[in-house]
Design a protein around this ligand. Structure first.
Ligand SMILES: [Zn+2]
Length: 200
């Protein structure tokens, strides 16, 4: 990978041998490997020993989980907050494991819509709750840095499964709870598919 980065620097018109860039290929390789480490992550290892049996079915909400990902169209970062809720049926996941599940899917080349669905589906798959809801609010540098004018650089995506899809009251309860502390106005206007990144 380092050879490719050296070539990339040359193609950009840089001198890869100048002092400031000498170790850049090594750093970029290390950083890219970390930012895409989700491909090699083992979900079972991540949630290892953190599934618990319960006899309640009250909504569990984890708000304001930071996420950082890379847009697959431009290899530029998008990042923001993720809010997750589920209604347990027999099992819950240890709360500290939920942000790590988000990391598994965020540390890949992504589009925000798919990332949102993958997080919802893995929870559905592992603990079979009555429903799962995931909302992600992301800022996309491929839009804000490149000065794409026709779109806001802020995108909101959601995935609603089970009770959150079928029951409007359950869905509204979740959306109200996450709205309460969000600093971002108007985020209930969920973005239509494809809005989170402009493929130009
Ligand atoms: Zn992009």
């Amino acid at each position: 990978m380092q050879d490719l980065i050296v070539r990339l620097l040359s193609e950009l018109g840089e001198d890869p041998s100048r002092e400031g860039l000498r170790d850049t290929p090594k750093r970029v390789e290390k950083s890219l490997k970390f930012l895409t480490s989700g491909y090699a992550a083992d979900i079972d290892e991540v949630i290892n020993n953190a599934l618990f049996s319960v006899d309640y079915s009250e909504m569990v909400i984890v708000k304001d989980i930071d996420f950082y990902s890379l847009c697959e169209h431009h290899l530029l970062p998008f990042f923001g907050k993720c809010h997750i809720a589920y209604i347990p049926q027999q099992k819950v996941i240890g709360l500290s494991k939920i942000p790590r599940l988000v990391d598994v899917f965020a540390r890949r080349l992504q589009v925000q819509e798919r990332l949102t669905h993958q997080v919802a589906e893995v929870i559905q798959d592992r603990i079979a709750p009555l429903g799962v809801a995931v909302v992600m609010e992301g800022t996309h540098l491929c839009m804000s840095m490149r000065g794409v004018e026709k779109q806001n650089s802020f995108a909101v995506t959601s995935a609603m499964l089970g009770a959150f899809r079928e029951n409007a009251r359950t869905r509204m309860e979740f959306l109200e709870l996450i709205k309460r502390r969000s600093q971002v106005p108007g985020y209930l206007e969920l973005a239509p598919p494809g809005l989170s990144c402009v493929t130009e």
